[in-house]
Every structure is written in C-alpha cells, then in structure tokens.
Design a protein around this ligand. Sequence first.
Ligand code: GTP
Ligand code: MG
Length: 148
Amino acid sequence: MEQTFIMIKPDGVQRGLVGEIIGRFEKKGFYLKGLKLITVDRSFAEKHYADLSAKPFFNGLVEYIISGPVVAMIWEGKNVVTTGRKIIGATNPAESAPGTIRGDFAIDIGRNVIHGSDSVESGRKEIALWFPESPVNWQSSVHPWIYE
Ligand code: GTP
Ligand code: MG
C-alpha cells in the first residue's frame, strides 16, 4: 500500500503538538509504519531539502530543521500522500484552511510545524533517507473496518 514520509518539525515538537498531529493521522485510518524522535545535522537537512537548495530561504529552512528534535514517521494507506498533504494544509499557514494542521496551529511559512512528501516518488526517497533500517512489519487488525 502507498506510504508517505511525515515529519513534525522542531516547532511542532517544542510546542507539544506531537500527540495532536499523530492523532489526526491515526483517527483518519492511516497506519503508523515508522516513528522516531531524532535531531539531524546540517548535511542531512540539506539532503532532505536538496530540491530547494537554490531558493533564497534555503539556509533559514535548514537552520529551522536542525534547531531541535523532529518526529520522523512513515504513514501508510490508500492515497496517503495526497490526503496527507490535505490534512497538513497549504505551505503558507496564512492560506491553510482551518481544520488543517497548519491552518489550526501555524502562522508563518518558516514555522509551519510539519512536512509531508509531495509525491509517491519523493515519499519513497524520503523514507529511504530517514529510515535506512528496515521498518517494522505489522498489519492493523481493524483493516476490514476501514476498507471495503
Ligand atoms: P514541506 O512539507 O515542508 O516540504 O512543505 P511544502 O511541500 O508544503 O513546501 P515546499 O516543499 O515548497 O517548501 C519546504 C518548506 O520550506 C516549507 O514547508 C516552508 O517551511 C519552507 N518554505 C517554503 N517556501 C518558503 C518561503 O517562501 N519562505 C520561507 N521563509 N520558507 C519557505
Ligand atoms: Mg515539500
């Protein structure tokens, strides 16, 4: 089944939003397939956001991501990449709808609480980068109550 890489950024961890954010993905019906609290160094953060290296905000973005621990997660389910991005909300919290994570909990684009893969392919790459160890293999027993 489809997987995505979700990261609660340092501001989300500092502000005590970890449980709230995990709860939203869990209650939707997605399956948690990887989870760790981790601080990353500059070169790792630069690798994660390599596609944005030419942007003027790149250095600030890297400083932000290395400023404290983050919660790295793998979530699984039908359309989890697209639906995950909907749960997260627009990149700029000023434009994120209420009810989304960024719409409910963020103000500034450079403190937008959470990251989610933007395609199945980037999800695959990001999961390989953040979870080089083999992920725990488990199946939820409620599957038939979520999928028809
Ligand atoms: P991620 O899920 O974090 O990848 O966000 P996104 O996919 O919604 O946006 P994108 O990949 O384009 O940008 C990555 C991150 O860079 C954003 O989440 C912001 O934290 C930051 N960012 C993007 N655009 C800007 C900007 O114009 N100014 C600043 N300061 N930060 C930005
Ligand atoms: Mg992105």
